[in-house]
Write a protein that binds this ligand. Sequence first.
Ligand SMILES: Nc1nc2c(ncn2[C@@H]2O[C@H](COP(=O)(O)OP(=O)(O)O)[C@@H](O)[C@H]2O)c(=O)[nH]1
Ligand SMILES: [Mg+2]
Length: 324
Amino acid sequence: MGGDLDVVAVGGQRARHRLAQVVVVLHEQDLGVHRPANVAAAHGCNRVPTQRQPRAWGPLTPRRDSGAPPSAKELAVPTLSSLSIVLPCFNEAPNVAAAVAEAQAAASACASEHEILVVDDGSTDGTQAVAHAIAAADPRVRVVVHEANRGYGAAVRSGFNASRGDWVLLTDGDLQFDLGELSAFLEPAADHDLVAGFRIDRADPLPRRMAAHAWNRLMRRTFGVALRDVDCAFKLMRGPALRALPLESDGAMISTELLVRAQDAGWRIGEVGVHHRARTAGEPSGGDPAVVWRAFRERRALMRDLRARRAAPASAALARPTPS
Ligand SMILES: Nc1nc2c(ncn2[C@@H]2O[C@H](COP(=O)(O)OP(=O)(O)O)[C@@H](O)[C@H]2O)c(=O)[nH]1
Ligand SMILES: [Mg+2]
């Protein structure tokens, strides 16, 4: 498919008989993204062709009666060679130990080798001390420290830079995802470079969900991001290619930037439906006005940067990932 963006989306819906996930296939012409002509449209008149609804072609991975996701072994899918799980944390002292434990369990089930990277983004609630205590007892856990808070994007980038795995899973340190669902990402990972989660039942208040809906639409129109849940913090990516991406955002814009640069580099991108839990401890700040304002500022910066890069000679383009 040289140079194509062949997006396979593995979706999920809470059906009456528990979850029955569906696999859908989109083709580049459905998405209207990634081609220079569309890029020009995105920046010239601020819109790209509208994404058509994905087409379903079959059921996949029903959940067990217990409601727990099936393991990689039950699904009979190959595990990953090595996996780094990146957990950005800002004031997550009540959550970080359980988040690491859940990440360990998911990584052990889905990868031959793994490491867990806790990125403490200048927390003031003792997150760092908890993380260091866990790391002292387990060499597979590493702590990356920002002395002062630098923002979600900066924390994500520090985690990516420190990672060493053939694969990297980005998720949050606040326990809002069921990392057992990583098993559903393994099959699409075989022929994709990035498998992104999308939240089936987002457990956030209505105003937050409405804002997210508007933001997703804006990201689609501005950048041609062809995914339905841009900010979902459940993304599995090929490590070497990820570490070569020139990411710059320090705030929440990092999620869009990651997807746009991956699309531009010709990554094959898929989607998997994941469940979302309400936060039970700590404070969410993803919807804070300062975070949103920073994201809009970084959106403008990303538009400028993309315009310059896309006008540069083709030799400056990033190499497409090579399957490991
Ligand atoms: N919002 C925010 N989150 C950060 C920051 N640095 C790291 N994080 C982590 O990023 C994840 C998502 O943050 P959260 O406030 O839960 O965002 P939300 O789920 O979108 O409301 C959590 O694990 C945070 O601890 C930061 O500066 N701001
Ligand atoms: Mg959260």
